[in-house]
Design a protein around this ligand. Sequence first.
Ligand SMILES: Nc1ncnc2c1ncn2[C@@H]1O[C@H](COP(=O)(O)OP(=O)(O)O)[C@@H](O)[C@H]1O
Ligand SMILES: [Mg+2]
Length: 242
Amino acid sequence: MPAMRVEGLTKHYGEPPHQVRALAGVDLQIDQGEFVAIVGRSGSGKTTMLDCVGLLMRPTAGRVLLDGVDTGTLNERERAELRSHRIGFIFQEFNLLPTMTAMDNILLPLRYSGGDRKAARTRAEALLNEVGLADRSHHHPTELSGGEQQRIAIARSLINQPTLVLGDEPMGEVDTETASMLLGLMRRINGESQVSFLIVTHDLELASRTDRIIRLRDGHLIDDERLAPEAVTWVTQAGVRR
Ligand SMILES: Nc1ncnc2c1ncn2[C@@H]1O[C@H](COP(=O)(O)OP(=O)(O)O)[C@@H](O)[C@H]1O
Ligand SMILES: [Mg+2]
């Protein structure tokens, strides 16, 4: 089953004659475990698309299906519920709460969902370990570098065990080397867990390390390129060399 599917996704902002057509009927399906990059210049509709897929915004027309559920039929409470169980978010500016420790930031999405607190802490500790920051659990965001803050934000995006993680330029605020490390980290988590990722990036070199590149222009999906898995490419090259 696809993790996510949009059909005829359309979003208009404002009213005529000042209406902006941010999305003009986008069709896209992302399978479970796929790691997809969205590229396109500023204003092409990337953020609008993520906001619709993340159920932060209702489209003007078209459908958003998550794990087969047509989200347009849900009320706001049901949408919030689905969002908090199925979707993880990573933002460009990290969006960690400055007054909270790394651990508490990771636990934040669970604040309203009740559940077993001890199990949640155990999971948060495992995620801290996964992102290589087990020893920074009690540190506040100001005590962490940009790359470290984003690693905490990646851990936070996974605490609810989502099926899909959405990232709006999550590598946009860090240097090239850190960006590469963050993508590698997300790729590793994606490979281990089968969580799907849909990540906006300006960086074509980073995009080339994903499974698939979607290109938006003026609200239209103009290109959908599936890339050969890195490992397979390497084996092929090795074979050629031999
Ligand atoms: N809240 C809004 N009100 C009016 N226009 C908007 C709003 N948000 C985005 N837009 C417009 O919609 C288009 C797509 O924006 P956006 O999705 O943010 O693009 P991107 O993320 O690719 O830069 C742009 O023309 C932008 O100016
Ligand atoms: Mg944007």
